[in-house]
Design a protein around this ligand. Structure first.
Ligand code: GDP
Ligand code: IMO
Ligand code: MG
Length: 434
């Protein structure tokens, strides 16, 4: 059974972004909306993302492939701003082929997207190991080192280099040798040999070559021809390199940055849908004012199955932080909210919402941009009554228990943004539109 999305009306070019610390349910929303779109575009991040889509009894976990892939008519694009681990991408393509999904005419990969190399993953792990209890808790997918090399330029490899065997053969030995010098001196690492990397990456290039093109041109052409574009943000605003809880962030812009990552100006968008859980989670280190390191957090983790899609790590859980949510909405210019996992809150007597912080003796409704300050901010809570009914079968917002409706209304009033979708289960049909 498919949900009735008619209340959303006609969505023009739309961006879907995560508003918290990731794993809000972006994959589910993108899968649902893709039926209305011609292109589904990833424009940031890499295989640190883990986007789950559940169709009937089948569960998919996408790391690089856009979550729109299950819709046969839709072209899926990995644009310039994505960092691509070719080994992971080939694995995902093969796994989908094993499930009967052939990507030949559906996948386009930017020739200008940067390639994650084995030394990026190694450097990520070694750096985290060296930092000890000051580690960031990265996904160890080589994301930070790859984006760093992109910014440094000299040691970087792009998809255009990967699929041209001569270029790969001439660039790789230089890149690997430079990186070996660095990793040996910094971490006493064993040097990597470039030849096996060349062989493995040449094999991946064989499989990926047919998908590689100028995706900026492709998307510009599609936009001019009034084709419908859906952009899938990876990671989330509070993990954004410039606007998140630095340094406990990822290495790309996640809420902001779409025009750089996709080569399509923000003016092309008519809707920006922000995805948020009805509570908060975070994986990895960093401040989380409303974290419940107690029975409440454990209850949310068990009910919400809060374990990472990419790393399997238990997610830290806590109350919904409206101060952080409003900040994220404003930074991205969100036009509508998708509120996810509302079902998880059923059965709790009272629900707390953070509406301000107390910090250094002061009361503030603003989100401190500095992680050090945020770590010391004490949440100020409002308490709303909970509801006991299970929500999994509810199909209209008006049919939700009165206290659940009150919870949604309080969120809208605080954040000053309408809720357009409410999700009460992982399945497609467990979604209401408003
Ligand atoms: P993403 O990274 O933002 O795409 O989110 P993830 O896929 O990493 O994590 C969201 C998890 O919540 C996935 O396991 C989804 O299947 C699941 N999920 C999505 N929406 C709902 C919902 O409304 N209720 C419940 N219980 N689970 C949901
Ligand atoms: P999706 O798209 C949750 C977190 C990591 C770590 C920090 C830096 O599934 O929502 P990185 O490997 O990017 O250098 O890690 O960012 N992180 C995510 N957490 N969901 C994600 O993506 C994440 N992407 C990165 O846990 O704290
Ligand atoms: Mg995820």
């Amino acid at each position: 059974m498919e949900p009735d999305l008619s209340a959303l009306g006609h969505l023009g070019n739309t961006s879907v972004v995560g508003l918290q610390w990731g794993d809000e349910g972006k994959g589910k929303i993108v899968d649902l909306l893709t039926g209305q779109f011609d292109y589904a575009v990833r424009w940031n991040g890499g295989s640190n993302a883990g986007h789950s889509v559940q169709v009937g009894a089948v569960k998919y976990a996408f790391h690089l492939i856009p979550s729109g892939i299950l819709h046969p008519h839709c072209i899926c694009v990995l644009a310039n701003g994505v960092v691509i681990d070719p080994i992971q991408l080939v694995q995902e393509i093969d796994a989908l082929a094993g499930q009967g999904l052939e990507l030949r005419d559906k996948l386009r990969i930017s020739s200008q997207a940067h390639v994650v190399l084995p030394h990026h993953k190694l450097q990520d792990q070694l750096s985290e190991g060296r930092l000890g209890n000051q580690r960031l808790g990265t996904t160890a997918r080589g994301i930070g080192p790859c984006y760093a090399d992109k910014a440094l330029r000299a040691g970087a490899l792009r998809m255009a280099d990967l699929i041209d065997e001569d270029r790969l053969r001439s660039r790789l030995p230089v890149i690997v040798s430079e990186k070996n010098r660095l990793l040996q001196r910094l971490y006493d690492a064993e040097p990597l040999a470039w030849e096996p990397i060349f062989e493995q990456y040449r094999g991946c290039a064989e499989q990926l070559r047919e998908h590689v093109c100028d995706t900026t041109d492709l998307l510009q052409e599609a936009w001019r021809n009034h084709r419908r574009l859906l952009f899938e943000g990876a990671n989330a605003v509070l993990l954004d390199l410039d606007h998140g809880t630095f340094p406990f962030v990822t290495s790309s812009n996640c809420g902001t940055g779409l025009s750089a990552g996709a080569g399509v100006p923000g003016a092309a968008l008519t809707s920006i849908l922000g995805v948020a859980k009805a509570y908060c989670t975070r994986v990895g280190a960093g401040p989380f004012p409303t974290e419940q390191n107690n029975a409440i957090g454990e209850h949310l983790r068990q009910r919400g199955h809060e374990y990472g899609t990419t790393t399997g790590r238990p997610r830290r859980c806590g109350w919904l932080d409206l101060v952080a949510l409003r900040y994220a909405v404003r930074v991205c210019g969100v036009t509508g909210l998708c509120l996810m996992l509302l079902d998880v809150l059923s059965g709790m007597d009272a629900l707390r919402l953070c509406t301000a912080y107390r910090h250094a003796g002061r009361y503030t409704e603003g989100f401190p941009p500095d992680a050090y300050d945020l770590a010391r901010a004490e949440p100020v809570y409002e308490t709303l009554p909970g509801w006991s009914e299970s929500l999994e079968d509810t199909t209209r917002r008006a049919d939700l228990p009165a206290n659940a409706r009150r919870y949604l209304e309080r969120i809208e009033a605080f954040v000053q943004t309408p809720i357009r979708m409410v999700s009460v289960g992982a399945a497609r049909h467990q979604t209401m539109t408003c």
